[in-house]
Design a protein around this ligand. Structure first.
Ligand SMILES: [Zn+2]
Length: 199
C-alpha cells in the first residue's frame, strides 16, 4: 500500500512537470512573413543596367558628385516641382524645401511630406555624419547637417547629390514607381518553394 501511494505521488509530480513544460513551449511557430513588400531590392547588375555610371556610383556605392557640377547647375535652374529617387521613383523632396546654401550641392531644409527619405548614422571616413537614403530602395542620396545657422524653418541642410534625383515640373506627370527587381522576385520564389517543401 505504501509503495502504491508513493507511486501515485511520483506520477502526480511527473504530470505536474510535464504540464509546466507544456506551458513553457511557444504555442505556434509564426511563419516568416515579408512585411516590407514594397522595398525595392535589385542586384548590382540590375542597377548598373538601369542607371548611368555616375548615378550608379553615387546611389549604389555611396559616392559624392563633384560640387558645382553640371547637374547642380541644372538643379539651380529648375522651378517648381518634385524630386524623385532616380533609382526607384519614390518622392523625396519638393522645390518648396529647396534653398540656396552655396555649398555646391542641391540643398533642402526638409524632406517632402511623402516621407520617402530615411536618415542613419554614418561613421565612415573618421567622421560622424547622418547619411540620407531612399526609404524604398536604400539609394544613397547625401547627408543632412544641423545647426549651421541657415535662415530656414528647420535649421537643417539636406546636402543631396543631384545625380540621385529626378526632377519633375509641377505641371508634368510624376514618374512611375519602379518594380521590385529580379533579386527580390528570386528571394520570394525561393521562400515559396521552401514553404511548399514543408507542406
Ligand atoms: Zn529609391
Amino acid at each position: 500500500m505504501k509503495l502504491l501511494s508513493s507511486l501515485s505521488l511520483f506520477l502526480a509530480a511527473v504530470t505536474l512537470i510535464v504540464h509546466a513544460e507544456d506551458k513553457a513551449q511557444p504555442t505556434t511557430k509564426t511563419p516568416a512573413v515579408e512585411t516590407k513588400t514594397s522595398k525595392v531590392v535589385k542586384t548590382d547588375e540590375e542597377w548598373r543596367k538601369e542607371l548611368t555610371p555616375e548615378q550608379y556610383r553615387v546611389t549604389r556605392t555611396a559616392g559624392t558628385e563633384r560640387p558645382f557640377g553640371e547637374a547642380y547647375e541644372k538643379f539651380n535652374a529648375e522651378g517648381e516641382g518634385t524630386y524623385y529617387c532616380v533609382c526607384c521613383g519614390a518622392e523625396l523632396f519638393t522645390s518648396h524645401e529647396k534653398f540656396h546654401s552655396g555649398c555646391g550641392w542641391p540643398s533642402f531644409y526638409d524632406s517632402s511630406k511623402a516621407k520617402g527619405v530615411q536618415e542613419r548614422v554614418d561613421d565612415s571616413g573618421g567622421m560622424h555624419r547622418i547619411e540620407v537614403t531612399c526609404k524604398r530602395c536604400d539609394a544613397h542620396l547625401g547627408h543632412v547637417f544641423e545647426g549651421e545657422g541657415f535662415n530656414t524653418p528647420t535649421n537643417r541642410r539636406f546636402c543631396i547629390n543631384a545625380a540621385a534625383l529626378k526632377f519633375v515640373g509641377a505641371k508634368d506627370a510624376k514618374p512611375e514607381l519602379k518594380e521590385l527587381g529580379q533579386a527580390k522576385k528570386d528571394a520570394a520564389a525561393i521562400r515559396k518553394a521552401d514553404e511548399e517543401k514543408l507542406k
